[in-house]
Design a binder for this molecule. Structure first.
Ligand SMILES: [Zn+2]
Length: 302
């Protein structure tokens, strides 16, 4: 039994991070529209994460709701089901002139459509994370952006669904920085859908309450332990590990933080969330929280 559990802890993430875009691809090749295939597969993926949280919990107390269910459900529905319907087409339309100008200047589309699909998805990951790394880092370093991003950091426990707890303004900013380079280069719809499969997997794996083991995959992916540190109450710990899917830009720009692997202490993350115990925990309160100066203080710097 222990051998099966240990195998599952190591095998779960590699299986879902490859299986999710593969399932979207197979459905799309068999006549299912790309958006429907993407949504269907991500719903099944979420249910798999939920099941695994009960079978292999990281902290059993994090499986118990803490008055956060309605907030997480409303926030996730707005930011990850309603907003993407218009947000990505809006950005593509906004950037169309620049995409066209670049294509004309280069004498054709800059996107390497003739590359193998897997290589195009890897390129998409590198480009998406390049913009999103700085979008996320600036959201921690610029007070006006932090006020909106504090909503995401207000969660007092981590579970797969609160990957989606995000203020709409924060969501719009993050999506813009993530999509900027891929849209400018003219990435096509199927590549975007496969990328979305990987990014949904990494989002759930960042926040899930599953005792997963990644081993050397921590060289590439910013998930599980790495992202738990990003939610630490201690700002010196949380102002690190900004990558969306990948950890490569954190390593490059000096914000990689992983005590379990960087020291022999095997230290685990402590309390998570914001220092301000009065920060609102319901959806409407969090929607208006950025208007109230000082609520977002995670932060005094210690
Ligand atoms: Zn953050």
């Amino acid at each position: 039994m222990n051998a099966i559990k240990r195998f599952s802890q190591y095998a779960f993430f590699p299986l879902v991070v490859i299986g999710t875009p593969s399932a979207i691809y197979v459905l799309a090749q068999n006549g299912v529209s790309v958006p429907i295939a993407t949504y269907l597969v991500i719903v099944v993926l979420g249910l798999l994460f939920w099941l695994a949280e009960w079978l292999m919990p990281y902290r059993t107390e994090w499986n118990q709701p803490q008055g956060d269910l309605s907030n997480d459900v409303i926030s996730g529905t707005v930011a990850y089901i309603i907003m993407p319907i218009f947000l990505k087409p809006l950005y593509i339309a906004m950037l169309a002139w620049a995409t066209a100008w670049l294509a004309i200047a280069a004498g054709g589309s800059l996107w390497p459509s003739d590359w193998p699909l897997v290589a195009q998805v890897v390129l998409m990951l590198l480009l998406g994370d390049a913009g999103r790394y700085w979008g996320h880092r600036l959201a921690h370093e610029i007070p006006a952006l932090w006020r909106f991003h504090a909503v995401h950091h207000s969660a007092k426990r981590l579970w797969w669904w609160n990957a989606t707890r995000q203020h709409p303004v924060d969501k719009a900013w993050f999506t813009f920085t993530e999509m900027l380079f891929p849209v400018l280069l003219g990435a096509d719809g199927l590549v975007l859908a496969l990328y979305l499969g990987v990014t949904a997997t990494c989002g759930f794996a960042q926040h899930c309450n599953i005792n997963l083991k990644l081993g050397r995959l921590y060289w590439f992916f910013n998930v599980v332990e790495l992202h738990r540190w990003h939610h630490s109450k201690n700002v010196q710990e949380s102002d690190n590990n900004y990558g969306n899917n990948l950890i490569v830009y954190d390593r490059l720009f000096g914000t990689y933080y992983h005590p379990e692997r960087q020291s022999s202490s095997n230290r685990k993350v402590g309390d998570i969330g914001l220092l301000n115990t009065d920060y609102p925990q319901n959806y409407l309160g969090q929607l208006t929280a950025p208007l109230h100066k000082g609520l977002d203080k995670q932060k005094p710097k210690v």
